[in-house]
Design a protein around this ligand. Structure first.
Ligand SMILES: C[S@@+](CC[C@H](N)C(=O)[O-])C[C@H]1O[C@@H](n2cnc3c(N)ncnc32)[C@H](O)[C@@H]1O
Length: 292
């Protein structure tokens, strides 16, 4: 449906690209910078339309993308940035139909990215220890995605245990964004299928160390990799083309591991393979540039 409708969360975008979120409701009025617009003047308009406020200010009325939505939605816990949300489903290899365990739910940003990736045939089970955060997350998810019957949201402590659902089927993926993922690792081993993937996100180096040590202790996780994402946007204005002055320089570190039969791979095999790959690519490229 391309028309904006009552009950929808939309964004109004000003000339500078700044986004302002509002939930459309018949008979209500939106105020911005001393100017107003009736929600009724927005309801029924096409997504992406220009609207005019009472003082003549023009804004774009848009249905937000998931990345835009998560930055403006109400939050209890700190949400993941879109740059990390984009990478995490790829590196955890979340596929349509996958069964994913997630903790903690937080504000629901990652949950939505996972739900999108598993699709209607997949399943996301998410643990959140705090009732208030879980409530905010569920409202955020419902507002953006509508009802999601394949989401199981539980008020549980992932450090204590992870339980399989009644069907006893193990998870294909475990994805964590909570302060002490190393406390979840021994529980993840029990519920993740062989060949399954573990991924966690933490903001600091000591947390990475503890996570990697916990993964290594289990002996069943191989192909460990830790990385961070740096996204640098550019300003392109006529002949002035340069990186923007500001960027999110740090958000956190992503650690990925594969549950495999122990014995063949060392925990650093993935890193070593990656280093070799990088060198091969670099020399291929150099060869091409020399016309070889
Ligand atoms: C950084 S937030 C997660 C944000 C979430 N990924 C998002 O994008 O909205 C971390 C969450 O983990 C929850 N948490 C902390 N310890 C937990 C535990 N032992 N079990 C389950 N959830 C936990 C916190 O209450 C918090 O909501």
């Amino acid at each position: 449906m391309s028309q904006l409708s009552s009950g929808e969360r939309i964004h109004l975008v000003d000339k500078k690209g700044r986004q302002h979120a509002l939930t459309l409701k018949a008979s209500e009025t939106y105020q911005f910078s001393g100017q107003t617009i009736a929600h009724d003047a927005l309801i029924g308009r096409p997504d992406g339309t220009i609207v005019t406020l009472s003082g003549g200010k023009k804004m774009l009325a848009l249905r937000p993308t998931l990345g835009e939505y998560v930055l403006k939605m109400p939050r209890g816990a700190q949400v993941l940035y879109p740059k990390d949300l984009a990478l995490m489903p790829m590196w955890a290899d979340i596929y349509p139909g996958a069964r994913v365990f997630e903790a903690g739910t937080g504000s629901g940003a990652l949950t939505m990215a996972l739900l999108r990736a598993v699709g209607p045939r997949g399943l996301v089970v998410t643990y959140e220890i705090r009732e208030d955060f879980a409530r905010t997350a569920l409202t955020n998810i419902d507002r953006y995605m509508g009802p999601v019957p394949n989401l199981v949201s539980l008020r549980k402590n992932a450090y204590e245990a992870i339980e399989l659902l009644d069907d006893g089927v193990p998870f294909d993926r475990v994805v964590l964004d909570l302060p002490e993922p190393w406390q979840v690792v021994p529980n993840a081993v029990k519920v993740l299928r062989s060949g399954g993937i573990y991924l966690s996100f933490v903001p600091t180096v000591p947390q990475v160390l503890q996570t990697v040590e916990a993964l290594e202790r289990t002996t069943v996780f191989g192909m460990l990799q830790t990385f961070e994402t740096l996204l640098r946007t550019w300003s392109v204005q006529g002949r002035s083309v340069r990186p923007d002055h500001r960027m999110v320089a740090h958000s956190g570190f992503i650690t990925v591991a594969r549950k495999v039969e122990p014995g063949l791979l060392s925990s650093t095999s993935a890193q070593e393979a990656d280093d070799e790959g990088l060198h091969e690519n670099a020399s291929d490229q150099a060869g091409e540039e020399r016309g070889q």
